[in-house]
Design a protein around this ligand. Structure first.
Ligand code: C5P
Length: 408
């Protein structure tokens, strides 16, 4: 895999105390080979794993190992270095450094740099599976993702402790891909002027004037696809249900509440789109809406029944209408993933479907990582490892481009 030159870019590489610290040397070496100006900072525990001399030899700069290092008179090193940095990468990032950054603690050089950094921050976690799946670590990672910190998620493999599971630091190539994207933007404008319609988020079906039926979708998958498509040159129309997440900057944004409103918006833009990517978690039912607020039951234990009617299947309707459009759906399944997803692929007349398993350690909703596979009408089954929604979005766009948009 080849990467573009990073000449003129300053990358600060924070190394923390995980056994994966030795791989940070390979990362520093690759970044330097791509002509980035690399400055390394090491926590006291990282120094136990790799010697600063290694990084000095690879980058040409003496690593910062203490908050009180000074590079110039009256200038504290960490402020001077991050002030002019284009990117701070922390690889490997331990559960400890993630916890400190998420909670505003700066008590050694790497966490201090993270607090002072005005540039984007990319975290590359590496830790034992039990640490990675600890609810406190999950909450800290979610918090940082929501605040705009970037992640290259760990992969499955044999860990230093002898345990098999998720927690191994992502391969250096995956880290370089993310660094390149953050520093230089999309690799190519391979979606230049392709009109793409994307649905995202949940829908809200009113029960009465003050209540609604919905689901846990946050819009993060659809938003990641919309952001990546826009960056790669596509002309994006994003139809989103209500969510607290900030939608990306796209050519056209349509906000809707209910499944019927989403259908209306999709109908309006379907005729002029080339690709429809349906990432919305559309509610399958809508209550028969009461014009007045439903009263609280009068007697304890009294039951209420909500009458539900089926909402329109937006994607299936577009499947019936499609002319030359490429239709991409999502299928979230807890069991028989491939068989159920294939059934939807056929039943809704789609070209491909992203099958998303809702198993342990996977977070189909929210900004966390997911494990998906791409299934095509032609019978292809392309599984991906556990990866962030941004990475899935990039892979999906490349896949659609190569399989369906090459001709014309
Ligand atoms: O049938 P199921 O809801 O599992 O199918 C999921 C796919 O269909 C997703 O791509 C989703 O966006 C789409 N869908 C839709 N309208 C519905 C239900 C699902 O467009 N009412």
């Amino acid at each position: 895999m080849s990467f573009r030159s990073l000449e003129g870019k300053r990358v600060v590489l924070g190394v923390t105390g995980s056994i994966a610290a030795y791989k940070a040397a390979e990362l520093a070496s690759s970044l330097a080979a791509l002509k980035a100006d690399v400055h390394v900072a090491m926590t006291p525990s990282a120094v136990h794993f790799v010697g600063p001399a290694t990084f000095r030899a690879l980058t040409g700069h003496t690593p910062m190992t203490g908050v009180f290092d000074e590079i110039e008179e009256r200038t504290v090193a960490h402020v001077a270095v991050v002030e002019n940095a284009d990117l701070l990468v922390i690889a490997p990032a331990t559960g400890n450094i993630i916890g400190k950054i998420a909670n505003g603690i700066a008590d050694e050089i790497v966490s201090t740099l993270a607090m002072a950094a005005p540039c984007p921050v990319l975290l590359v976690p590496a830790m034992n599976t039990h640490m990675w799946t600890n609810p406190i670590v999950i909450a800290n990672v979610d918090r940082l993702r929501n605040m705009g910190y970037h992640f290259v998620d760990p992969v499955e493999g044999r860990l230093a402790c002898g345990y098999e599971g998720v927690g191994k630091m992502a391969p250096v190539e995956r880290i370089l891909e993310a660094v390149e994207r953050l520093l230089l933007g999309a690799a190519q404008h391979d979606w230049e002027d392709v009109p793409v319609l994307i649905t995202a988020g949940p829908t809200r079906e009113p029960i009465d004037p003050v209540r609604y039926l919905s689901n846990y979708s946050t819009g993060s998958m659809g938003f990641a696809i919309a952001a990546a498509a826009q960056e790669r040159g596509a002309e994006v129309t994003l139809v989103t249900g209500p969510t607290e997440m900030q939608p990306p900057d796209v050519a056209r944004l349509v906000r809707v509440q209910t499944a019927s409103e989403m259908l209306e918006a999709v109908r309006n833009h379907f005729g002029s789109c080339r690709v429809l990517i349906s990432a919305a978690a559309v509610s399958d039912f809508s209550p028969v809406k009461s014009p007045r607020k439903l009263k609280k039951p009068q007697q304890e234990g009294e039951r209420r029944t909500l009458e539900l009617h089926q909402t329109p299947d937006i994607l299936a309707e577009m499947g019936r209408q499609k002319q030359n459009q490429i239709l991409v759906g999502f299928a979230l399944e807890t069991e028989d993933l491939v068989a159920n997803a294939r059934q939807k692929l056929e039943g809704k007349n789609l070209d491909m479907i992203v099958a998303n398993s809702a198993g342990e350690g996977e977070q189909p909703f929210g900004p966390g990582p997911s494990k998906v596979r791409f299934l095509t009408r032609g019978g292809e089954d392309h599984p991906l490892p556990l990866m962030s929604k941004q990475e899935i979005a990039e892979h999906l766009l490349t896949f659609i481009r190569e399989r369906f948009l090459q001709r014309g």
